[in-house]
Design a protein around this ligand. Structure first.
Ligand code: GDP
Ligand code: MG
Length: 750
């Protein structure tokens, strides 16, 4: 309860009246996703907004100050929801805000050309006893489409003011705000709307209402009837609340509920929740039929949408167009994004050089150049890609095409316990090769069911993200020359197969539970504004920079330390140093007229001496020792200690894998883009074969997500245990697959 309140900045002299903050009336903005809430919010508050997250969940929370007739009003932008059940994080959060920190009034924004669906939320808000103004937004489009809405009649039916608005131009916004203050101050608005739920439910409802009232356990701002309705809807939050307040009452009401549910199932074959939903829609339809909406003309935006959908979701053409669109998105992102990515990398390379020149050789030099600058450069070089990708995602979302893509794959995904919306998350994470689990994990926010979101989150790291590609390219090139493309394709498919199979497994074990009764919506197509896309895309990218930047910096310092400490003691180092000095002396002492061959032999002897020292140093570090210690464990999968060091550093950041492998093979710095020398070395190693390569590629595909991805998964899934799960389960799975692949490989290729 206090959680939500804490997020409000306490201000001096803040008034304690409900519905006020710091003496300002508080008005909440509710509505379906995409109805224009954010546009209206921005128009009302301008730059005076405060963006943050609700505590503990990744739902965005926006507050700002609006003015009407010179009076300041505190506006809260609630998450966009279709309903107020407890199925998605957004719904839970919106509900908590309304029940636990009730605003003076709610402005309920509705897309005027999809009134029936939008009023479903309105009815629920009214049942909660929220004083409410209905803002019929997008009236410009509704008028163009030939809709006429009798606002006076609608207002009477809802006993609430109704205002026509156009958030884009600001029309009606001031009127809506003024009406909200007025309705908030009227007592009668809080009584709540009464809908009849039929002869089965109504009696149980009133019994429950009475029992709860007698027990005196409902302290919320909403009417008791609303709480009872939630119980009959089988709402988990409501039952939890009841259990905590009075467990005896809970079991008695549970019995009544079970009897009702059994009766409804036997007579109608559905659940009480479905019946409630039917009655609500019935109420809405009745209201709308009663002359509220008239439709004139036929040059309809919806008709145009229908026509487009005939092609875009056509069973045959639809998937082809979808694949083409996705292919284009990725091509553009990674081809165009490579330029700014290169600039960022070059900048950090330059910065490294400058610092190299300025700082004396030694630990500090190594820490700053190899640890901090290399690490920061690695993460920030992804920002351009993330920005471009998010701009596309925002565009696909805002136009309504994303919903179509999800719709097309929904059937298949549901068979695996997922949802159509899981697809975008998978693809962003690397489903068509190249991508990143971090924005992928953020893309799971479009999933409304926590179970489906969790299953998607835990399985999207199996996709072939951009950082895994260098490893695949390297090994495929060395050990499968001529069939690189087949190997890459095979790995991609293996990633998808694993994701779907594991998702199915999770959904029938630890994340078991019905899929949410969520009908896929096909909102009308709409051309989004550049500004809207810009804002959406920047908000997400900034979150990525903030979260990933801090965590990855720490991680890269950690890898650096693990590959540096402890240092060789003088005694152990002495013979290596002596060998290096001898080789140096020999090279210097060479007479000028020596042959080219002799000179290069002396040079390579010096290189070897240096490499021997580097290897001894590495073996002595924590990383090296860890690699050694893991060797017996990883031998069945065909990994030696050097591979192990690489894999461990790959948990910190997959990008680090190839370069660590390079260091482990004493090649000094290996540029992942140009791993030619490492490839030669690997090819000539006696303990490396096709079987090792196959096993390592599969292991890299499946094992623990990198550190930053783990943290983002933890944040999105809401708990450390999911971080641990991803780390441990994925690594074990990868290990199992790798051992099998290694042994199969050995028996096939010898
Ligand atoms: P939200 O999801 O409810 O926050 O919706 P947004 O504010 O992001 O708006 C979704 C899209 O609808 C954006 O492309 C807006 O520019 C557009 N939009 C918002 N209000 C109106 C309006 O009144 N008329 C028209 N034609 N478009 C609008
Ligand atoms: Mg919005």
């Amino acid at each position: 309860m206090s959680q939500v309140r804490q997020t409000l900045k306490p201000e001096a002299g803040s008034e304690t009246l409900p519905g006020y903050v710091a003496g300002r009336p508080r008005v909440a903005l509710a509505g379906n996703p995409n109805c224009g809430k954010t546009t209206a919010f921005n128009a009302w508050t301008g730059a005076r907004q405060h963006v943050g997250n609700y505590p503990g969940v990744t739902v965005e929370r926006k507050e700002g100050v609006a003015h009407t007739h010179g009076q300041p009003v505190q506006l809260v932008d609630l998450p966009g929801t279709y309903s107020l059940t407890a199925y998605s994080m957004e719904e839970v959060v919106a509900r908590r805000e309304l029940t636990e920190n009730p605003p003076l009034a709610v402005i309920d924004m509705a897309d005027a050309s999809a009134l029936e669906r939008n009023l479903y939320l309105t009815v629920q808000l009214l049942e909660m006893g929220q004083p409410l103004v209905l803002a019929l937004n997008m009236m410009d489009e509704a008028r163009k489409a030939g809709y006429q809405i009798d606002t006076a009649r609608l207002s009477r039916a809802l006993s609430s003011p109704v205002v026509e608005t156009v958030a884009r131009s600001g029309e009606g916004l001031d009127k809506a705000l003024a009406a909200a203050l007025e309705v908030g101050r009227s007592e009668s608005a809080r009584k709540g709307l009464h809908i009849s739920y039929g002869s089965d439910i109504d009696p149980v409802l009133s019994v429950m209402e009475q029992r709860i009232s007698e027990a005196g356990i409902w302290k919320g701002a909403a009417p008791i009837r609303w709480f009872a309705i939630k119980l009959i809807e089988g709402d988990s939050e409501a039952w939890k609340h009841l259990h905590a307040a009075d467990s005896r009452l809970e079991s008695s009401l549970r019995a009544a509920y079970d009897a009702l549910a059994a009766h409804i199932r036997s007579t109608t074959g559905t659940s009480p929740e479905a019946v409630i939903s039917d009655y609500r829609y019935g109420f809405i339809r009745g209201m709308l039929k009663d002359g509220v909406v008239t439709h004139v003309g036929n040059h309809d935006r919806l008709a145009l949408s229908d026509k487009l959908d005939k092609i875009l979701v056509n069973p045959l053409l639809g998937p082809i167009i979808m694949i083409a669109v996705l292919y284009l998105v990725f091509q553009v992102t990674f081809v165009i994004g490579a330029y700014p990515q290169g600039w960022v990398e070059n900048f950090f390379g330059w910065l490294g050089d400058v610092c190299s020149a300025l700082l004396p050789e030694g630990l500090l030099h190594s820490l700053i150049v190899d640890g901090v600058i290399a690490g920061l450069g690695g993460i920030l070089s992804f920002v351009p890609l993330v920005l471009i990708l998010f701009a596309f995602v925002a565009f696909l979302e805002d136009t309504g095409y994303m919903a179509r893509m999800a719709y097309m794959v929904d059937r298949i995904f549901r068979a695996f316990g997922l949802h159509g919306n899981s697809m975008m998350a998978y693809i962003t994470a690397g489903g068509i090769a190249g991508g990143c689990a971090i924005p992928g994990a953020m893309a799971t926010r479009t999933l409304r069911s926590p179970r489906e979101k969790l299953a998607t989150l835990l399985t999207l790291p199996y996709m072939a993200c951009g950082a895994k590609l260098p490893v695949f390219l390297l090994l495929a090139g060395v050990f499968f020359p001529g069939s690189e493309a087949t190997v890459m394709m095979g790995l991609l498919l293996a990633g998808w197969a694993c994701a779907l199979i594991i998702a199915r497994l999770l959904r029938s074990t630890i994340i078991r539970g019905e899929s949410t009764p969520f009908v896929m919506e096909l909102p009308p197509y709409r051309l989004p504004t550049l500004r809207a896309i810009g804002i959406h895309c920047w908000e997400r990218a900034w979150m990525y920079i903030k979260k990933a930047g801090t965590v990855l910096l720490a991680a890269s310092i950690l890898i650096w330390a693990a590959m540096t400490f402890p240092r060789l003691d003088e005694q152990t180092a002495a013979p290596y140093e002596a060998a290096i000095s001898a080789a140096e002396a020999h090279l210097e002492a060479l007479p000028l007229n020596v042959t080219e061959e002799e000179r290069s032999a002396a040079e390579s002897a010096l290189d070897q001496a240096r490499q021997a020292m580097a290897e001894a140093e590495l073996q002595n570090t924590i990383g090296g020792r860890l690699g050694k210690a893991l060797e017996p464990l990883t031998a069945p999968a065909g990994f030696n200690w050097r591979t192990n060091v690489g894999l461990v550093s790959g948990i910190a950041a997959k990008e680090a894998l190839v370069s660590t492998l390079g260091t482990a093979y004493s090649l000094g710095e290996v540029d992942p883009e140009d791993a030619g020398s490492l490839a030669e070395t690997l090819a000539s190693q006696p303990d490396w074969s096709r079987a090792n390569a196959l096993s390592l590629m599969l292991f890299v595909l499946l094992y623990s997500p990198c550190f930053v991805a783990l943290v983002v998964i933890k944040n999105e899934a809401g708990g450390w245990r999911w971080l641990v799960f991803s780390l441990v389960f994925n690594t074990l799975l990868a290990y199992g697959v790798a051992v099998v692949a290694y042994n199969v490989g050995l028996s096939v290729w010898g």
